[in-house]
Design a protein around this ligand. Structure first.
Ligand code: FES
Length: 158
């Protein structure tokens, strides 16, 4: 996406927000949800949209560890580690995912083209433990299924 395209996209996202209160944080969350990361242009556009300084936007963006500033891999795998999923086996899913992708913690497995993120609640606690593969939820996931799921996602890249 070119610079101007990113700016246009960010402005579209910000203007279409239906939240009654739009803050720097809510704007950053919206942009990351839609684009997958926070490009530099988004920081500038959020600043001008909310009539606040770029430093202020950067301050909020860098305070929270869940924002990323580079594009994610082609696939995004989110593992819920919220309380319900934790009780229902999320720790085993997380260790399986990290092991299979050779990661120490959430991050990008460039060779497999998969970005791993932890999520505090994917909104489907009744089906815990839950993961999401490219925004599609999968519930009642068993640790032994992780390997197949990752192979399937990685194969879809090739
Ligand atoms: S705690 Fe995992 S989906 Fe809600």
């Amino acid at each position: 996406m070119g610079n101007q395209n990113i700016r246009d996209e960010v402005n579209k996202i910000l203007s279409s927000s239906t939240d009654t209160t739009v803050t720097v944080l809510s704007s950053l969350l919206l942009v990351q949800d839609e684009i997958g990361y926070i490009p530099n242009e988004a920081v500038e556009e959020i600043g001008s949209f909310l009539k606040t300084s770029i430093n202020e936007v950067w301050g909020v963006a860098t305070f929270y560890t869940n924002f990323r500033f580079t594009p994610p891999c082609a696939n995004v795998l989110e593992v819920c580690w919220g309380p319900t999923c934790h009780l229902k086996g999320a720790p085993d899913l997380i260790s399986g995912v990290l092991k299979q992708l050779n990661l120490e913690e959430e991050g990008d497995s460039q060779d497999k083209g998969i970005s791993v993120r932890y999520n505090t609640c994917l909104g489907a606690c009744q089906q815990a433990p839950v993961i999401s593969v490219n925004h599609a939820l999968r519930g009642n996931v068993k640790a032994f299924e992780i390997s197949n799921i990752i192979d399937f996602v990685a194969d879809s890249n090739s």
